[in-house]
Write a protein that binds this ligand. Structure first.
Ligand code: ZN
Length: 240
């Protein structure tokens, strides 16, 4: 069984297409999505439609909760707020019903998944320190929890202590548990502009990260054509 996990697509259809092509090559059996399918990017509708076709579990991100008015727009900086208001103009009632059906957390025997953190998932806290990770590890019943939100691919590993890890291949043997930030498909912020995705093989307790190139200039032009803030185009090329 090969399970792909994607997150933070942010309306970037070109990045999503490149990732889905890689996952087809990899012949994955399932695709999970950790939310923030919309927000920032120029193609929220086509990204929603592709995620609906291809992903079998989707949890909600803060951008979905903002679009649904479940999260106060004061949570966002002015650029994210402007992008959220634009995204709302693109979505119809059916899109909103689809988004509203997504839970905040999903658990299976082999994994848990959440956009922000297992503790108070509705607050969309970031897991950035080992203390943040500790709060989620306390609630983790399975070997691994997949998270997104920060757009920075990183792993926290729990054995006797919690360790920070940036390896591309993680093996969870001997009772080791992991919190894996899968990085972002549509707006990476770790200095690498390529789309990020992980593939999990539960039988092997193995997780591998992949980065995928896509046509960034095409997406930048679409962002400008939509009248979205220029910064949202610039940042894609820099991965910030
Ligand atoms: Zn995001």
């Amino acid at each position: 069984m090969k399970i792909a996990v994607i997150s933070d697509i942010h309306g970037n259809e070109e990045a999503l297409d490149a990732v889905l092509a890689l996952l087809d090559q990899q012949q994955v059996d399932r695709i999970l999505c950790l939310g923030d399918v919309v927000g920032y990017g120029p193609d929220p509708v086509s990204c929603l439609s592709k995620v609906r076709d291809r992903c079998d579990v989707i949890v909600a991100g803060n951008h979905e909760h903002a679009v649904l008015d479940l999260l106060d727009l004061d949570y966002f900086n002015p650029i994210a707020r402007q992008a959220t208001l634009w995204t709302r103009t693109q979505l119809d009632a059916e899109h909103l019903d689809f988004i509203r059906s997504w839970p905040l957390v999903h658990h299976e025997a082999d994994f848990s998944m959440v956009h922000g953190s297992l503790d108070n998932p509705d607050l969309f806290d970031y897991i950035q320190t080992t203390w943040d990770a500790h709060l989620s590890f306390q609630l983790l019943q399975s070997p691994v929890c997949f998270i997104g939100h920060s757009h920075v691919p990183v792993t926290f590993l729990l054995s006797d202590v919690i360790r920070y890890n940036t390896d591309d291949v993680i093996e969870l043997h001997g009772g080791l548990q992991g919190i894996i930030n899968v990085g972002s498909v549509g707006q990476p912020r770790d200095g690498n502009p390529q789309a990020s995705v992980v593939v999990y093989e539960p039988e092997q307790a193995r997780i591998e990260r992949f980065r995928v190139a896509y046509d960034i200039e095409k997406v930048q032009q679409k962002i400008r054509d939509c009248g979205l803030p220029e910064f949202l185009a610039d940042r894609l090329a820099e991965g910030r």
